[in-house]
Design a protein around this ligand. Structure first.
Ligand code: AHR
Length: 335
């Protein structure tokens, strides 16, 4: 009898230890998000958090409320907690060397998504993988669309005044999209940027800055907004000024959110350059791959498109990719 009790007790002990080991085996993935400034950002947060949880991992989430110092604190907390992976998108490009050196020293793999931080490290061993849009190409696509759209109307030689709503100053998408746009438009001297100011990627600031453009700039032909959220705010300002958005002023945005698709279909916006917020499946793929000891390309950009009212406008450098008609894709757009 004593023997039987001992066997039962040791079995119970083995089972208890097994359960503990299993709980410890569950990965803990921490995600430092920048805030919730746009529909794009909300979709990005939801997608990444859901993918981590659906993978059966513990999620530690931090929303930095648009403050770099909050992101620095979050990264340090993740290190203290001893999480297994850190997923990170940097609100601005600079000022990360010290904390990213601490992440590197902790040997916690760093998975970058969306925005790439600039560092002065000698090599790229400080991060494990990056997944996100090619912002320079997105800006270039917007500029090519504008030029080719005017050409398609037989108006490619007209003097065209462009106003630009920039994203958050010194953020990776602002820097990249502005550069990509400038690099292309400089080749077409009749297309001129006549005003350019930040709208911080938000609808409210996009609206306010557009109101001031409308007061200070004599002739506005095109608005290039570095995200759809600002374009949507600007549409309100244009309507309030008694003008027809999409007709009196051609409007090009970036992201490809559902509200932009609807605005294109309603004729109030003309084009959106896609930048997908859906990054969760790549995060899971990378972490699963690392756990299995697999190797994979370090930097990956998603395949993205450009959408407008009728389709058929060239937007790549070689002129081979043509815009998709927004109405044909609106139903499948979930964010
Ligand atoms: O970093 C991606 C950009 O940030 C998206 O274009 C914008 O909508 C978001 O706020």
């Amino acid at each position: 009898m004593k023997k039987l009790i001992a066997v039962i007790l040791s079995l119970a002990l083995v089972m208890a230890l097994g359960t503990t080991a299993l709980a410890q085996d569950t990965l803990t993935v921490a995600f430092s998000q920048i805030g919730q400034e746009s529909d794009w950002r909300t979709a990005n947060t939801d997608d990444v958090c859901k993918a981590i949880q659906d993978a059966g991992w513990n999620l530690v989430y931090d929303d930095a409320q648009q403050k770099q110092e909050n992101q620095v604190k979050a990264l340090r907390n993740f290190i203290t907690q001893g999480v297994d992976y850190i997923v990170f998108t940097a609100i601005v490009t600079t000022g990360w060397d010290e904390v990213l050196q601490e992440v590197k020293d902790s040997e916690i793999p760093l998975v970058l998504i969306d925005r790439f931080p600039q560092t002065s490290f000698a090599d790229d061993s400080w991060f494990t993988a990056f997944f996100g849009g090619d912002f320079v190409e997105e800006g270039a696509r917007a500029a090519r669309w504008i030029v080719n759209y005017y050409k398609s109307l037989g108006r490619g030689d007209e003097e065209v005044n462009i106003v630009r709503l920039e994203g958050t100053t010194t953020s990776d998408p602002q820097v990249g999209r502005s550069k990509g746009f400038d690099d292309v438009i400089v080749n077409y001297p009749n297309f001129k940027i006549v005003a350019s100011q930040t709208g911080n990627f938000t609808s409210a600031e996009g609206q306010a800055v557009m109101e001031s453009f409308l007061k200070s700039v004599d002739k506005i032909d095109v608005l290039w907004a570095e995200n759809d959220q600002m374009a949507l705010g600007a549409i309100e300002a244009i309507k309030a000024a008694g003008l027809q958005p999409g007709k009196d002023i051609i409007i090009v945005g970036c992201d490809g959110v559902k509200l932009a698709f609807e605005a294109i279909v309603n004729g109030e916006m003309n084009c959106t350059v896609e930048c997908t917020p859906l990054m969760g499946s790549r995060v899971v793929e990378v972490i699963t791959g690392l756990e299995a000891g697999e190797t994979f390309p370090k930097i990956v950009h998603p395949v993205e498109y450009v959408y407008d009212a009728n389709g058929g406008i060239a937007y790549t450098d070689d002129g081979t990719a043509l815009t998709r008609k927004a109405a044909d894709y609106i139903a499948e757009r979930l964010y």
